[in-house]
Ligand binder design. Structure first.
Ligand code: ZN
Length: 427
């Protein structure tokens, strides 16, 4: 994941354009995602697909011809979506189009101007302070014209048409935690899931933030009833603890699965209530869409100084944290995959586990890792009204143990699926 992030880091992405396409093409070397193109001007709910932005070069030169601000050194130096501009201007005119962070004198801010046609440069406070009275040559070699909005979609079919949606934004230029970490995690989740037998179908979206989610939702309303659970992945590689932000309803299966997995992860974590702000959960959880979609992040966006600056770089993201986020995500999905509801077929008193070889525990755990307590809880609460996740929550035992116990009990015909047909003596 970290290697993929390093490979994608230099590309100048935006909500449209070739940087986004180039990014998706690199992802295609890992998973066979489809690239979709939606024309400029397409009406998507209350929004319109914008013009396509592309940039080749940009600079500010002093009168000696030296590039004092150079897009070639960092793509953050240009306000993303800047219109093309050339000319010679004074320092005071130039300063009206410059953005820096006085409190962080070495960092370059990340600024955008998606929905208002303008231009600007971002630079460090030190660079700004070094600019002297002079005549400056400015050049932004960009184009903003009718084209397409591009996004990537990868559909992985399962045994049922019911879907899990995994969504990440892929529209930021050289920023690592914000956008690239979520992309890398989604790609690795897809790679893992490809090799497993899946109950659910999985739909992965690599989209420009906000307008990409709105576009996908507007063009795919027919698919929404199939989406049973979803996760937005963003900012999953920094050193902070994991945060799960609940869906709008707050007590959906995905919310409970995420809370359960984090509670048993052994690492610090925090659960956040839903709010109509943040990443694309804003769109998935808008009232007319109302999907059961939560969000997984490390330190929440906007609450760390590196957010939307050049300091969100390769040093800000850690391979170990990416590994932890991947493990947590996979475990959440495995809870969803395996969360069945069963019926104890021998509910009058405890069935005799010893004669079935289910009671030969040494230190409480058998060779298969099935604990006696997990079996007793599954037998007791499997009355057709409690799912395995219900049982895991009530018992305080990790879902994985509850699931293993249920499997062992099913093998010994002490448990059946809730809707399994069982012939009775009466026929
Ligand atoms: Zn961002």
């Amino acid at each position: 994941m970290y290697r993929l992030i390093s490979q994608l880091y230099p590309i100048c992405r935006s909500i449209t354009g070739d940087g986004l396409r180039q990014t998706l093409r690199i992802l295609q070397t890992h998973i066979p995602l489809e690239m979709r193109e939606v024309p400029t001007g397409t009406q998507v709910f209350d929004w319109t697909v914008p013009k396509e932005w592309n940039i080749r070069d940009a600079y500010v030169k002093n009168s000696k011809g030296e590039r004092v601000i150079d897009f070639g050194k960092s793509n953050l130096h240009v306000v993303n979506y800047s219109i093309p501009v050339q000319g010679r201007i004074s320092l005071s005119e130039l300063k009206e189009h410059l953005f820096a962070i006085p409190e962080r004198p070495d960092w370059i801010p990340y600024r955008t101007s998606y929905y208002k046609e303008s231009w600007g440069f971002c630079l460090s406070q030190r660079q700004l302070e070094a600019l002297t009275e002079d005549e400056y040559e400015i050049n932004i070699d960009s184009t903003l014209k009718d084209g397409h909005l591009t996004y990537g979609e990868y559909f992985l079919p399962g045994n049922t048409p019911d879907e899990v949606l995994i969504s990440c934004h892929a529209c930021h230029p050289s920023l690592c935690n914000d956008n690239l970490s979520g992309i890398a995690l989604a790609v690795w989740l897809a790679k893992h899931l490809r090799g497993l037998t899946r109950h659910y179908s999985y739909r992965f979206l690599f989209i420009p933030g906000t307008i990409g989610a709105i576009t996908w939702l507007a063009l795919n309303e027919d698919k929404l009833p199939r989406i049973k659970h979803g996760l937005v992945l963003s900012g999953v590689g920094d050193a902070g603890k994991l945060h799960y932000k609940k869906s709008r309803q707050g007590s959906e299966e995905i919310d409970r699965a995420a809370a359960h997995v984090l509670q048993h992860s052994g690492n610090p974590y925090e659960l956040l209530e839903f709010s109509p702000y943040g990443y694309d959960e804003r769109q998935y959880c808008s009232p007319g869409i109302n999907l059961a979609v939560g969000r997984l992040s490390c330190t929440p966006h906007g609450t760390f100084p590196e957010y939307h600056t050049s300091a969100d770089n390769l040093e800000f993201v850690y391979p170990d944290k990416l590994r932890e986020s991947l493990a947590v995500c996979l475990e959440i999905l495995l809870v969803l995959e395996n969360n069945g509801t069963f019926v104890n077929v021998s509910p009058k008193c405890e069935p005799q586990l010893g004669k079935r070889g289910l009671y030969r525990m040494i230190g409480g755990e058998s060779d298969a890792g099935v604990t006696e307590m997990a079996m007793l809880w599954v037998l007791n609460l499997s009355d057709g009204r409690h799912s395995l996740l219900d049982i895991a929550e009530r018992s305080g035992i990790r879902f994985e143990s509850i699931h293993k116990a249920a499997n062992a009990l099913r093998e010994h015909r002490l448990l059946r699926e809730k809707f399994e047909f069982v012939p009775t003596a009466a026929g």
